[in-house]
Design a protein around this ligand. Structure first.
Ligand code: SF4
Length: 427
């Protein structure tokens, strides 16, 4: 690691200090955690700002926290722990802002059954998180004979009333970001990537892939100002897609929709018909070990309900989980930022049962990959939520001492054996 203070490799010849300019590995660990969290907060704040929502308090914190990562005058571990938890608080605020921005612009989502696969005719698949990009694309493709498909984190758009009005938003194609290479190669239409979770495109589809907003890739056309005419022209010039229906997925369980069933849920819990709630979701990725989440969901007993969010949902959402007295056993609350809905649901349940969230029959099993997942994890810690299981492995930037603190304060643990974990969570 290069040290910007003494301008040499940290710990190298002439470096008389430990680590980076005397920073020990625990401070380094907390600073890294903070920076990862800030990147996640910045992503949500960017989307919210694009939709007209901002908060001076969040901006001020971003400045303070970034500044704190370069100062070397105060190496107080507790101070950095406070900053890390404050980042969680700020992330809760930006997720709320983004939720408000989405619902005020596109309406409150309602449960939706979304066809998967493709329909005959020209098509555009849009991936990433930016719902405003999708909205503009739908407006610009209206009446042009192009079918638009969501991919990855765009799936939850189908729950919003304003998106349902577009008849040419025909369904969802594909799964999570790490499967792009295979899925985009097989999709003969045009492809639009709106945010950062993009694989380096293969030559086989590079010429029909476009980026916009914050996304970008070398040798790929980047579209500006939400002018999607080039992706539209490309879709019309490509061979039409074939009719290839593949089933359905459900989404759209915004907290307002779930809380609309609150009485039923409380009654089912009291009657012993719902034994336990699981949150299984978060960022997906290609790393081996992520099958844990699929296996866990499969083994969750029939008298339990699974909440999910983010692209980790594709590990488990292809299956029909049925319902308990009309309450779906799989509740997809939406994008990663819609963990806000999960928090609102958990808080409402705790109120209904007059207990704390940690006292609910609720277990959180979080799959993490990138910065937004770190920001969400910090939010859960800020809220004092304990016993979170994290996988497929612990983030490499967590030092042993910092991990000890997280274990002591929050009883955080890595995922392990599915059967043993499940038995422990149900006990
Ligand atoms: S949930 Fe995470 S990994 Fe998945 S697309 Fe969103 S940010 Fe990327």
């Amino acid at each position: 690691m290069f040290c910007y203070q003494c301008e040499q490799t940290a710990g190298g010849t002439g470096c008389t200090k430990v680590g980076v300019c005397g920073k020990d590995e625990d401070i380094q660990s907390l600073q890294d955690m903070l920076i990862f969290g800030l990147k996640g907060i910045a992503a949500y704040a960017y989307h919210a700002r694009e939709l007209g929502e901002k908060d001076e308090q969040v901006d001020a914190f971003m400045h303070e926290a970034m500044f704190a990562t370069l100062t070397n005058v105060d190496f107080d571990l507790n101070r950095y722990l406070e900053l890390v938890l404050k980042a969680g608080e700020m992330n809760l605020r930006v997720m709320e802002m983004l939720n408000n921005a989405h619902t005020s612009r596109f309406g409150n989502p309602a449960p939706a059954t979304v066809p998967t696969g493709t329909k005959a005719g020209p098509g555009i698949v849009i991936t990433g998180h930016d719902l405003l990009d999708l909205y503009e694309l739908l407006k610009q493709t209206e009446g042009k004979g192009i079918n638009v498909y969501t991919h990855g984190e765009m799936l939850p758009a189908h729950g919003y009333p304003e998106f349902r009005k577009f008849k040419h938003l025909v369904g969802n194609y594909g799964t999570a970001w790490q499967n792009q290479e295979k899925e985009f190669e097989d999709f003969s239409g045009a492809i639009l990537v709106t945010t950062n979770c993009i694989m380096i495109p293969k030559d086989s589809y590079k010429d029909r892939l476009f980026t916009c907003g914050i996304a970008g890739a070398s040798e790929v056309k980047h579209l500006k100002n939400r002018d999607f005419s080039e992706v539209i022209d490309k879709a019309l010039s490509q061979p039409p897609l074939s009719e290839n229906p593949q089933g359905t997925l459900s989404t759209g369980f915004h907290y307002t929709a779930v809380l609309g069933m609150a009485d039923k849920i409380v009654e089912a819990v009291k009657a012993g018909k719902i034994r336990h709630f699981f949150f299984i979701g978060g960022c997906d990725g290609a790393k081996p070990g992520r099958n844990y989440f699929t296996e866990l969901a499969e083994k969750v007993p029939d008298d339990c309900v699974i909440l999910t969010a983010a692209c980790g949902k594709y590990r488990l959402n292809a299956r029909d989980y049925g319902d308990i007295d009309g309450i779906p056993r799989l509740i997809d609350t939406g994008q990663c930022n819609d963990c806000y809905s999960v928090i609102k649901i958990a808080t409402a349940l705790a109120e209904a049962f007059d207990c704390g969230v940690n006292d609910l029959p609720l277990s959180l099993v979080v799959s993490w990959y990138e910065q937004k997942a770190v920001a969400i994890l910090l939010t859960l810690l800020h809220l004092g939520i304990k016993n979170i299981r994290l996988g497929p492995s612990m983030p490499a930037f967590i030092s042993p001492n910092v991990l000890n603190v997280l274990v002591e304060k929050f009883s955080i643990k890595p995922i392990g054996n599915v059967d043993e974990d499940l038995a422990e969570m149900l006990s």
